[in-house]
Design a protein around this ligand. Structure first.
Ligand code: OAD
Length: 246
């Protein structure tokens, strides 16, 4: 039974790291990008590019204003809550996330490595000053006259160097990585589970993929499950914490 096997892998791991994508937040009501209900099925992905921001600033602002206001009142999912609980219990060492919704931090995850930035803040493209995203909703210009933009990584931009360095070192150090709710198609982020898959050839690490749709790394994973991530983690959590200690 996959749930037993996964609970076993987690119990026996010495350094467990999670790698999450938009599928960690769909249960919270936020759409993912590439599944049949995904955002990039409705709007072109280039709206999230640096080039689009530079050429069509007004449309870019309208698009990101919607994405920012969509976060209003959104609650963490079972995935966010259980990963936070596992970190608190010392079972999980870090969460590397591609998500910009801030939902891992809400239920208490502390070792969160945001590879793609943070939609809850914005920054000036000219002077670099950081504001809460409310500033971007009210008036997308900085006190210096520069354009404000969400504090996220746009297509065509490099990842933040500090987050990238930390994430690479966690991926190199872990002996078990759970990839949760990600198509594992976007690079360089996907090179982290790929690195773990490569290390699994020598038996020093294993990759587990929890994702509804197939991913390009499925063939290299120790285990793949296509069940809803919240269900999987909830059932594994029950195996890990015997009744009474929950
Ligand atoms: P994707 O939309 O590419 O992948 C999300 C995956 O989660 C899909 O394969 C779904 O099948 C799966 N999924 C959705 N809900 C699920 C659930 N409840 N249980 C299990 N699986 C579920 O999203 P990401 O991989 O996060 O980047 O995309 C990576 C990056 O591409 C994003 O960070 C963003 C995007 O464009 C930038 O904007 C730079």
């Amino acid at each position: 039974e996959p749930i037993h096997r996964l609970a076993d892998l987690i119990r026996r791991s010495r350094y467990l790291v999670a790698f999450t994508g938009a599928g960690a937040s769909t249960e919270s009501g936020l759409p993912d990008f590439r599944s049949s209900q995904g955002l990039w099925r409705r709007v072109p992905q280039r709206m999230a590019s640096i080039e689009f921001m530079e050429r069509h600033f007004d449309e870019f602002v309208a698009f990101y204003r919607q994405r920012i206001t969509a976060l209003d009142g959104v609650q963490p999912s079972r995935v966010h809550r259980i990963l936070a609980k596992w970190e608190e219990a010392g079972l999980l060492k870090a969460v590397i996330t591609q998500n910009v919704d801030g939902l891992h931090q809400l239920p208490g995850s502390r070792q969160v490595i945001p590879l793609h930035g943070d939609l809850r803040t914005c920054r000036c493209q000219r002077c670099g000053r950081i504001y809460p995203s409310e500033a971007f909703l009210a008036d997308p210009y900085c006190a210096c006259g520069g354009r404000l933009r969400p504090n996220v990584v746009l297509f065509g931009e490099p990842l933040p160097a500090d987050a990238w360095a930390r994430a690479r070192s966690e991926a190199a150090r872990c002996d078990l990585m759970l990839a949760v709710g990600s198509s594992l198609e976007v690079y360089p982020a996907a090179s982290l589970p790929e690195m773990v898959a490569r290390r699994s050839a020598t038996g020093e690490a294993a990759l587990v993929i929890i994702n509804r749709d197939p991913t390009p790394l499925d063939a290299w994973a120790r285990m793949v499950t296509r069940e809803a991530a919240g269900d999987v983690l909830e059932r594994v959590d029950r195996q890990l914490s015997p009744a009474g200690s929950r």
